[in-house]
Design a protein around this ligand. Structure first.
Ligand SMILES: [Zn+2]
Length: 339
């Protein structure tokens, strides 16, 4: 649990405790299931279906470049057993990095259209998550996303699918944020009335105005990414006034070419401005970073101490849609980690 590192300081030689980030109980709020497929599993699927998947570049030429490769990866997951396996392996890999609760995003209706069986992908994923949660001692819930480029009718089908399983806690818009959110607003309101939570991607590929749109037009209770809110002081004020958390994914933004580098990411500015910041992976298959590794970035790149790291872990739990007893348990676990 503890790694003891010796270092010089204060004129003496003393042990400094470096707390193990794997042991920090973490809530993972922004990660796409299709972007968690293990390299070995993907290679197996690709070989079986005769698909050639391009290697991951060190840096994509923007979101579209990433999305093109990502659609090839998604196309490698076809049978119910494939979807089920990806879900079980997700639970194993998350549990191994100290994630105790995850809300994983899945584009259920899109996969259903692709494989010609509307309900199969989600049913198989739910089945896999039930097995994985039991085997690996983790709690996982689902958020179904819908690309803004796709028709409103598919969002309606997404909401219908979401209502089938208690494991699905929310729905949200994703994809290219240049597409307006307004056409989807009536369906989103209906989803909220049906008890689903709303979490939209915004402020990733589009600017601060998209964050305002996600909240004011789309009813977002959390914002996926949202880092470009820093471009507009009034949008930052809106987030802080309403205590709307943002799901920051530092390495993803760097690898997709949306920020110059990890070190140039405005995460510290968001925190300094009082925005509720949570830390997430988004697309670990292309960043190569687990959630624990993303927390490691807070230390190694931004120079955070353990109190600050514990603070962002608490924010993740508080911003989650986990049931209250689990939230209390995780918060107590974070306090125990700090002591
Ligand atoms: Zn995302």
């Amino acid at each position: 649990m503890w790694e003891i590192r010796r270092r010089w300081g204060g004129g003496g030689f003393y042990p400094a405790v470096v707390r193990d980030l794997l042991a920090l109980p973490k809530a993972h709020l922004h990660v796409h299931l299709e972007s968690t497929v293990r390299p070995g599993t993907l290679a197996e699927f690709a070989a079986r279906y005769g698909v050639v998947v391009a290697p991951v570049p060190s840096r994509f030429r923007g979101f579209r470049d990433f999305a093109d490769r990502n659609s090839v990866v998604r196309g490698c997951v076809r049978s119910a057993e494939d979807f089920r396996r990806v879900a079980v392996e997700f639970c194993a890999d998350e549990a191994a990095q100290g994630t105790r609760y995850a809300e994983v995003t899945f584009t259920a209706a899109s996969h259903g259209d692709r494989v010609g069986d509307p309900g199969m992908p989600l049913a198989a994923v739910v089945d896999g998550l039930r097995v994985g949660q039991r085997e690996h001692g983790i709690v996982v819930r689902l958020i179904l996303d819908h690309s803004r480029r796709r028709p409103v009718g598919r969002l309606e089908r997404t909401v219908e699918l979401a209502c089938r399983y208690e494991e699905v806690v929310g729905v949200g818009l994703a994809g290219d944020e240049a597409y307006p959110l307004a056409p989807f607003a009536p369906v989103l309101r209906a989803a909220r009335s049906a008890g689903l939570r709303l979490v939209h991607h915004a402020g990733e590929t589009a600017g601060a105005a998209s964050v305002r749109e996600a909240v004011e037009v789309g009813g977002a209770e959390r914002v996926g990414h949202g880092f470009r809110a820093v471009e507009d002081r009034e949008v930052v004020a809106m987030l802080t006034d309403r205590a709307i958390p943002v799901e920051v994914c530092v390495s993803s933004n760097a690898v997709l070419g949306l920020v110059g580098s990890v070190a140039e990411h405005p995460l510290p500015d968001l925190v300094a401005a009082g925005v509720v910041v949570t830390v997430n992976t988004d697309v670990p298959d292309v960043t190569g970073r687990s959630l624990a590794a993303e927390y490691g970035v807070l230390r190694s790149v931004f120079g955070w101490d353990d109190d600050a790291v514990a603070g962002v872990a608490r924010a993740g739990v508080a911003a989650s849609f986990a049931p209250e007893p689990l939230r209390r348990e995780l918060l107590a676990g974070i306090e125990a980690w700090r002591r």
